[in-house]
Design a protein around this ligand. Structure first.
Ligand SMILES: Cc1cc2nc3c(=O)[nH]c(=O)nc-3n(C[C@H](O)[C@H](O)[C@H](O)COP(=O)(O)O)c2cc1C
Length: 364
């Protein structure tokens, strides 16, 4: 445990970072610029004889032995500020009503005091039956976050799973970042042996390669959230934070690595090619239900989105529900046009890989 002075300075730094972590994506453009998900290179074959009625289409699915209304995860985002309290409250209501899974933002802040913890707990309060995913950084694990603290994070929201995020790019650009990744895998391995809920490992927008996926599976990870490039860029967010403290090297690095990462579609294909069965969560730049269907066709089990949910949740509960309805209508429309009555059927649908995806990724 850090001493009290560390604790209060930690609290100040984390609160400010959490505040900016919502404000910057909402107020500035930190989406991919030249990078894309490569989902534009996945083309479904249109089915002119779908032989099904739109109203019969069923989006329910199962993942990690749990049933969901749709294969949707509100990806890990926030907690630790007043604005986060409001956003998590709205996202919790959405998860409960629509049968979506929901990830919370990194919960280290919630360990610091009770008021902070409330900003995460509100999700469980509003979503008593939803599948909630606790969140902590791999770098924090390596730094020595103890099992007691991990258990507190899990208990805080009565989590159904724990996500460990890997964010080496973000740590690198972040003004107060700690780019120390030695020993992370060993800590993930130890953790999996100790806790009773499934452990998901996720990136935050730079993707997971086949090699990393194999190493993660070897230590017993239950699912991999690829969070590839093409959506929110954490190099961009941290570049903007570096501007406010005039850290010129970090500003330069943030600019240079703005679009760094493995495109989401490539990451899904790579992971599935290396590992036949591990459940994959697609994330990173998914922006509509057609994107979801493409990821499911590539054999993802669930589809996650962060920024679009944040944007709508920050406006109002009504806007958030209307957005979720639109995404589900887009998913169901795609299913109708490819003749897939249910989620499983999407996996056997016909598609072609074009452009950059047609050539595949070279093995060396
Ligand atoms: C405002 C915001 C905060 C985020 N905070 C976290 C976090 O605390 N932990 C984490 O694992 N990922 C975090 N992420 C990353 C997302 O979970 C996701 O992997 C990434 O943003 C890609 O999805 P997107 O392109 O749909 O935004 C955050 C994303 C956003 C937009």
């Amino acid at each position: 445990m850090p001493d009290t002075s560390d604790l209060s300075s930690d609290l100040k730094i984390i609160s400010q970072r959490k505040k900016e972590g919502i404000e910057i994506p909402l107020q500035r453009n930190v989406q991919a610029r030249s990078a894309s998900t490569y989902l534009e290179f996945v083309k479904f074959i249109h089915n002119a004889l779908p032989e099904l009625d739109y109203d019969e289409i069923n989006t329910s699915t199962t993942f990690l032995n749990t049933s969901f209304g749709a294969p949707v995860i509100i990806d890990s985002m926030t907690g630790g500020t007043n604005e986060a309290l409001k956003i998590n409250a709205r996202l919790g209501i959405l998860a409960e009503k629509y049968g979506f899974a929901m990830g919370l933002g990194s919960q280290r802040a919630g360990l610091l005091n009770e008021k902070m913890a409330d900003t995460y707990m509100v999700a469980r309060k509003n979503a008593p039956n939803a599948f909630l995913i606790a969140n902590i950084g791999g770098a924090q694990l390596a730094k020595g976050l103890g099992m007691d603290e991990i258990q507190k994070i899990i208990d805080m929201i009565r989590a159904n799973a724990l996500a460990i995020h890997l964010n080496p790019l973000q740590e690198l650009i972040q003004p107060e970042g700690e780019p120390r990744y030695k020993g992370v895998l060993e800590k993930v391995s130890d953790l999996i042996k100790t806790i009773s809920i499934p452990v998901v490992v996720k990136e935050v927008g730079a993707g997971i390669s086949s090699d990393v996926a194999i190493r993660l599976e070897n230590v017993g990870v239950s699912a991999i959230n690829v969070a590839g490039s093409g959506g929110t860029s954490w190099a961009a967010v941290e570049k903007m934070r570096a501007e406010s403290v005039m850290d010129n090297i970090k500003i330069h690095l943030g600019e240079l690595f703005w679009d760094w990462g493995i495109p989401t579609a490539v990451s899904i294909i790579e992971v599935r090619r290396a590992l036949k069965y591990i459940p994959i969560i697609a994330s990173g730049g998914l922006r509509n239900g057609l994107d979801f269907a493409k990821c499911l066709a590539l054999d993802a089990s669930m589809c996650a989105m962060a920024y679009p949910f944040l944007r709508h949740a920050a406006e109002s509960g009504e806007k958030l529900f209307a957005f979720a309805d639109t995404v589900l209508a887009e998913l169901k429309s795609t299913m109708f046009l490819i003749g897939a009555p249910n989620i499983q059927a999407i996996k056997s649908s016909k598609y072609i890989l074009t452009g950059a995806l047609a050539t595949g990724v070279e093995d060396r």
